[in-house]
Design a protein around this ligand. Structure first.
Ligand SMILES: C[S@@+](CC[C@H](N)C(=O)[O-])C[C@H]1O[C@@H](n2cnc3c(N)ncnc32)[C@H](O)[C@@H]1O
Length: 538
């Protein structure tokens, strides 16, 4: 729950409150205050408001909802990252609107104003996206036999779906709406009994062995169970295992040539470290498994099979909250066909509904018949998506940040509640403020660097009086990013059309990194020029 909204029917007021346990409470409080809002707000619902007052009330509700629903990256980049119409990100906009609506739905008090506000929110939800209205190109030559058998199996076991599975250009299999789906419609519903979770390990012959192993996690147990169950012809989940890919093309399966292309990127370290860790874990498991070959047939527990299972869990599992309150890693047949988007339709899922003992995937924005229905896997940067899922999302990923390795200054003068312990940058085209003292760069980072240059107070007057600090800050940043750009080397001369899938993906990633770095370099240079040509206010 990101915030609370209560309707007090006796007074006809609607009250909003930012919860104090929000991890970014102070930052959000400041952002709210910049919009003229407090952490507690009320809206009067009495009588019927004029259209003008209704618009004001709606904007207030939306501003509050947006800020309450910001995540860490969005809070960090703050106000400067809004579009001119005030949108922080599509994810945030969808979350804010569906949050407002979901809290209004159960309200019994029906005033004209409340109904008008509800209608305004619904209408805005319909307008939110359209950014990725790309045509769905279905590969009709792909017969979807395994997929249809899985869906049929699901339906025989209580799965309800308004999606059909198809092979879609650029996505592998994906889920397409079979009818017009509106906000709140449930695209897919999976009963608990059709979800693969740790419960299956507890009831298997593996458990008495695995439970005695120090440090054995339920995730590892489930992984080992899956590796064997996949080959069990009697498995309850046979249609699911049959529908899985033979090979997962994630960063963990990148070959030498792709790894060479990634030279100079942080992604190279990320992939190498992740792979090393998996190898270490596998080497630790083998002596244990080989002591119980009757339970763990060694031909099913080779390194290749282990890597396959890890890639399966990284790219297809979901964290689900069960009625006992436990968060469990699960494989979810049919739902595993949903692809990710920065402009998702489904953002709120992951909790088993107690009344129906099922997991529901409701829409947070409409998806018309024939459109691909997208999920949000989470707010991940492209290097994470490439390493663990094996794709780069379409469009500008607002979570594509470059973390900066900086020492946190222990300075008593800093506003401790508002200071950040880590800093980051991203493509500066995502900022709408390239003016003096902003330059398209994030304010928390600029203030951190100003402090590092000895400037503790950052009012406009202070900044105007210390323009040499501004130049120093931008020159420092520019030199750091020139080094990073140099590390990336020149654009690769490989023939991309004929390159392997992993080399193509590595090249695409590097190109995106270059675009981000060059936008930062351009912003530093433009900022220095702006300062040199500026005339301080008299
Ligand atoms: C949960 S599965 C989704 C179904 C998958 N497409 C399939 O054919 O089985 C996750 C995988 O789908 C692919 N995927 C998901 N979102 C994608 C996207 N936006 N673009 C391209 N591939 C995507 C990636 O291969 C990822 O590892």
């Amino acid at each position: 729950m990101v915030g609370t909204l209560n309707i007090m029917s006796e007074t006809g007021e609607l009250s909003l409150e930012l919860p104090q346990d929000d991890p970014f409470y102070q930052h959000k409080k400041k952002l709210l205050s910049c919009k003229g809002l407090g952490v507690k707000e009320t809206l009067s619902l009495n009588g019927s408001l004029s259209q003008e007052l209704l618009n004001v009330a709606f904007e207030k509700l939306l501003q509050f909802g947006r800020i309450a629903n910001l995540d860490k990256v969005e809070v960090y980049f703050g106000e400067d990252a809004c579009t001119p119409s005030g949108v922080y990100s599509v994810r945030n906009e969808i979350s804010a609107l569906s949050w407002i609506l979901s809290l209004m739905i159960p309200v019994s008090c029906k005033t004209q104003t409340l109904e008008a506000l509800r209608a305004a929110v619904k209408s805005r939800i319909n307008d939110v996206v359209g950014v990725e209205k790309e045509e769905v190109r279905v590969d009709d030559s792909y017969r979807c036999g395994k997929e249809s058998r899985l869906v049929q199996w699901g339906q025989n076991n209580g799965v309800k779906t308004k999606l059909k599975i198809a092979q879609i250009d650029g996505y592998g299999r994906g889920a397409i709406a079979t009818e017009d789906l509106k906000f709140g419609d449930v695209a897919l519903e999976i009963p608990i009994s059709s979800i693969i979770s740790e419960e299956y390990v507890y009831n298997s012959d593996m458990y008495p062995i695995l439970e005695k192993v120090d440090g054995m996690t339920s995730e590892t147990m489930l992984l080992l169970w899956t590796m064997r169950e996949k080959h069990n012809p009697e498995s309850k989940f046979k249609p699911y295992f049959d529908s899985l890919q033979e090979n997962f093309c994630t960063g963990l399966s990148f070959g030498v040539n792709a790894i060479m292309v990634l030279d100079g990127t942080l992604l190279l370290d990320e992939i190498m470290q992740a792979k090393e860790l998996l190898r270490e874990r596998y080497d630790e498991l083998i002596p244990l498994l080989s002591k119980h070959r009757d339970i763990f047939p060694m031909e099913l527990y080779t390194w290749e099979h282990y890597l396959w299972a890890c890639e399966l869990y990284y790219s297809n599992s979901m964290q689900i909250k069960f009625p006992d309150g436990k968060l469990k890693t699960c494989l979810i047949p049919v739902a595993g066909f949903l692809n990710h988007s920065i402009y998702p339709h489904i953002v709120k899922y992951g909790k088993v509904e107690v009344e129906t003992s099922s997991l529901k995937f409701p829409l947070s924005r409409p998806c018309n018949k024939g459109e691909q229905c997208f999920l949000s896997y989470g707010n991940y940067c492209s290097s994470h998506l490439l390493t663990f899922y094996g794709f780069l999302p379409k469009g500008d990923n607002p979570y594509d940040i470059i973390p900066l390795d900086v020492d946190v200054i222990d300075d008593e003068d800093t506003e401790s509640e508002l200071s950040w312990t880590s800093h980051m940058l991203r493509g500066t085209w995502l900022s709408n403020n390239h003016d003096m003292f902003h330059y398209g760069l994030p304010t928390p980072l600029l203030n951190y660097l100003r402090r590092a240059h000895g400037l503790v107070h950052h009012s406009e007057t202070d900044l105007w009086k210390n323009l040499e600090v501004e130049v120093g800050v931008l020159e420092n940043l520019r030199s750091t990013f020139e080094d990073m750009m140099q590390n990336l080397g020149d654009a690769d001369s490989i023939d991309r059309d004929n390159a392997d899938w992993d080399v193509k993906m590595a090249m695409e990633f590097k190109e995106r990194q270059r675009k981000i770095l060059s936008s930062i370099l351009d912003s530093c240079s433009a900022g220095i020029k702006l300062i040199q040509e500026s005339k301080p206010p008299v």
